[in-house]
Design a protein around this ligand. Structure first.
Ligand SMILES: Cc1cc2nc3c(=O)[nH]c(=O)nc-3n(C[C@H](O)[C@H](O)[C@H](O)COP(=O)(O)OP(=O)(O)OC[C@H]3O[C@@H](n4cnc5c(N)ncnc54)[C@H](O)[C@@H]3O)c2cc1C
Length: 370
C-alpha cells in the first residue's frame, strides 16, 4: 500500500479513536500503523542490506530509512577508481530509487537524524520531524579521521575521501591542480596517490611509519614495494609526522616534524576512520570507540540496535564492507527468530595496491633473501 502523507501520521495512532472508527481510510491507516515499525538510520551496506533482509524475513512490517546523503545506496570501495577515472560515477550505484519502492522501503534521503529519544521511542530529524519506532537500527557507519594534532587540518584545500560528494570535490580540485600531498601511506592512501598520479599530478605521500604497509609487509617486502611505486612524479616521505598545514599563496604548505616543507595545491588526509557515534552518544547510548552491542546487536537501550562500522562488537569494530553487510543480514534474521545470535565470519580482506601483486612481492623478497 502506498502510504500517503508520510510526514503527517508519525504520531502513535490508537485504533480506539471512536469518532474515526467507521472511516474506511482511517481503518486502513490504523491497520498500517499496527504493523511493526522498523526505523533504520544509515543507508550504507549495513543499513541497506538489513532493510532488504528485514523485508524478506518479515514481509508485513513498515521500514523507514534515513540518510543524510542525498543519494541511493552506492559502493564506497570504488571511490578511488572514480577519482582515477577508471569508472563512471553511475556505475557506483548498487541501488536505484525504484529498488526502495520495490522493497517497500520508505527512504528519506538528505535527512539527518539529530536525536534518538529512547523513552518516547522516537527519533527527531534535524528539521524537527518526529518518527516513532518499535525497533530502531543505528547503522551510521564511520567518517574519515582528520587528526586534530595537525594544525590546519580543516583548512580549505584539505580533503578526505568517504563519500561521493568528497570524491566530486577532489576531482574538481584535481582539474585545476598540478600537485598534491597525501597524508597517510596505508592501503587507501597508496590507492589515492596512484589515482592522482595516474591523472597527471605530481604526488608526495607523507607516512608516519618508516616503511609502507607495515601491517601487511615486512621490511624487505616494503622496500621492494617502495621501489616499484616510486617515480619522479610519485615520492614517499617515510618516518615523518605531519605537524601543520598552512594556507599560502592560494595553495598549501605541509610541514613535518623533520623540517620538510612541501608546497602543494591540495592535500588528501588518509589517516583511518572514526566511528560515527555522535548521535548515539548524545542520545545516551553506551559507547566506547563504537556503539557497544552484544551478540544480538542490542545496545544499552531496549529495542535499539547498532550494526556495521559504528558498532563495537566483542570489543572491536570491523571497518569492512563484508562485515557491515553480514551484520545487517544477521540482524534481520535475529528479528525474525531465524537465528538466536551473531557470530562474525573470519573476514580476510585481500590487500590490494593498484598494479602491484603483493604476493609476488613476498615471493621476490624470499628469493632475494634465499
Ligand atoms: C574510499 C574507501 C574505500 C574502501 N575500501 C574498502 C575495501 O576495499 N574493502 C572493505 O571491506 N571496505 C572498504 N571500505 C570500507 C567500507 O566502505 C565500510 O566498511 C562500509 O561502508 C561500512 O558500512 P556501514 O553501512 O556500516 O557504514 P557507511 O557505509 O559509512 O554508511 C553509514 C551511513 O549513515 C549515514 N549517517 C550517519 N550519521 C547519520 C545521521 N545522524 N543521520 C542520517 N544519516 C546518517 C551516512 O551518511 C552513511 O551514508 C572503504 C571505504 C572507503 C571510504
Amino acid at each position: 500500500m502506498e502510504f500517503p502523507g508520510k510526514y503527517i501520521f508519525h504520531q502513535p495512532f490508537s485504533q480506539s479513536v471512536p469518532s474515526f472508527a467507521n472511516n474506511p481510510y482511517i481503518r486502513i491507516l490504523s491497520a498500517y500503523m499496527q504493523k511493526e515499525k522498523f526505523i533504520i538510520i544509515g543507508n550504507g551496506p549495513a543499513g541497506f542490506y538489513a532493510a532488504k533482509k528485514i523485508r524478506a524475513e518479515i514481509p508485513d512490517c513498515s521500514i523507514t530509512m534515513f540518510d543524510r546523503e542525498p543519494l541511493p545506496f552506492y559502493t564506497k570501495i570504488r571511490l578511488p577508481d572514480l577519482i582515477a577515472g577508471k569508472v563512471e560515477e553511475k556505475k557506483l550505484f548498487l541501488s536505484s530509487l525504484e529498488d526502495y519502492k520495490k522493497f517497500a522501503l520508505d527512504i528519506h534521503l538528505g535527512t539527518e537524524i539529530a536525536s534518538v529519544n529512547h523513552k518516547d521511542r522516537n527519533i527527531v530529524t534535524s528539521t524537527g520531524q518526529i518518527f516513532y519506532y518499535d525497533k530502531l537500527v543505528i547503522a551510521t557507519g564511520a567518517k574519515a579521521f582528520r587528526p586534530p594534532t595537525i594544525k590546519g587540518i580543516s583548512h580549505e584545500g584539505v580533503y578526505v575521501l568517504r563519500t561521493i560528494s568528497d570524491a566530486r570535490k577532489i576531482m574538481e580540485k584535481m582539474r585545476i591542480s598540478q600537485n598534491a600531498v597525501v597524508l597517510g601511506g596505508g592501503l587507501l592512501g597508496l590507492e589515492l596517490a596512484q589515482a592522482l598520479n595516474a591523472k597527471g599530478l605530481k604526488v608526495n605521500v607523507i607516512e608516519f611509519f618508516p616503511r609502507l604497509l607495515p601491517k601487511q609487509l615486512n621490511e624487505t617486502e616494503a622496500a621492494i614495494l617502495l621501489k616499484k611505486l616510486e617515480s619522479p612524479s610519485l615520492s614517499f616521505l617515510l618516518d615523518r609526522i605531519t605537524t601543520e598545514i598552512i594556507s599560502q599563496d592560494g595553495g598549501l604548505l605541509a610541514k613535518t616534524n623533520r623540517g620538510d616543507e612541501i608546497k602543494t595545491d591540495f592535500t588528501i588526509v588518509s589517516a583511518g576512520i572514526k566511528t560515527e557515534i555522535n548521535l548515539a552518544e548524545y542520545s545516551g547510548l553506551k559507547t566506547e570507540f563504537g556503539i557497544i552491542v552484544n551478540d544480538r546487536f542490542e545496545t544499552s537501550e531496549k529495542d535499539i540496535y547498532a550494526i556495521g562500522d559504528c558498532a563495537q562488537f566483542d570489543g572491536k569494530t570491523f571497518g569492512l564492507w563484508a562485515a557491515a553487510k553480514e551484520q545487517g543480514e544477521a540482524l534481520a534474521e535475529i528479528f525474525s527468530g531465524k537465528r538466536p545470535s551473531y557470530k562474525p565470519s573470519a573476514f580476510n580482506p585481500i590487500p590490494k595496491v593498484t598494479g602491484v601483486n603483493l604476493d609476488e612481492i613476498r615471493k621476490e623478497a624470499k628469493q632475494g633473501s634465499a
